[in-house]
Design a protein around this ligand. Structure first.
Ligand code: GDP
Ligand code: MG
Length: 176
């Protein structure tokens, strides 16, 4: 018989950003520590859970993935309901995915999410050093302008994935 762990908190965390930036890969890496080169788009789980311990508090993060909806440049209102944190993800090899954080996704969040949702800007695919176009400095400037923390990740190499979620969860936890 398995011991049941008493959860202190449940946090709903969203993955937001253009199609192909690596949202599903980030979720899979974080919750199952795996990376699939071929991901079936559209069909998939809506969320995946992971239990984290932060300063002795047992926190279950439910990570929500858009499952293809992002192609319509708009997500169902339900997606945002109850969300307390979000990773805003762009792809460092495709500058327009960073532009769309501003043009589309920040506005979507403002319109549909809770006013005090915590967010971190994520530049994913940091392993692609040759193909990379968005400079770190550019992303840092963008994040400062928009009052966001910035981190670079690679779901492929498992770089900074745990740290990104932990940073976000700690920030949420520090305010409850
Ligand atoms: P989503 O549409 O935002 O969910 O993006 P996916 O997770 O489906 O990833 C889109 C493509 O980028 C897939 O071919 C992934 O294998 C690839 N990908 C995702 N993350 C990384 C990464 O960190 N590095 C590299 N090189 N490729 C990645
Ligand atoms: Mg996906």
């Amino acid at each position: 018989k398995e011991t049941e762990v008493q959860l202190d908190y449940q946090f709903k965390i969203l993955l937001i950003g253009d199609s192909g930036v690596g949202k599903t890969s980030i979720m899979n890496r974080f919750t199952e520590n795996k990376f699939n080169v071929e991901i079936k788009s559209t069909i998939g789980v809506e969320y995946s859970k992971k239990t984290m311990v932060i300063d002795q508090a047992v926190i279950q993060a439910s990570i929500w993935d858009t499952a293809g909806q992002e192609r319509f440049r708009s997500l169902a209102k339900n997606y945002y309901k109850g969300a307390i944190g979000a990773l805003l993800v762009f792809d460092v090899t495709r500058p327009h995915t960073l532009e769309n954080i501003q043009k589309i996704w920040l506005q979507e969040v403002e319109q549909h999410a809770s006013k005090n949702i915590k967010m971190i800007l994520i530049g994913n695919k940091s392993d692609l050093t040759v193909e990379r176009i968005v400079k770190q400095e550019e992303a840092v400037n963008f994040s400062k302008t928009n009052n966001l923390a910035y981190m670079e990740t690679s779901a492929l190499n498992n770089q900074n994935i745990d740290q990104a979620f932990e940073t976000l969860v700690r920030e949420i936890y520090s305010e409850i």
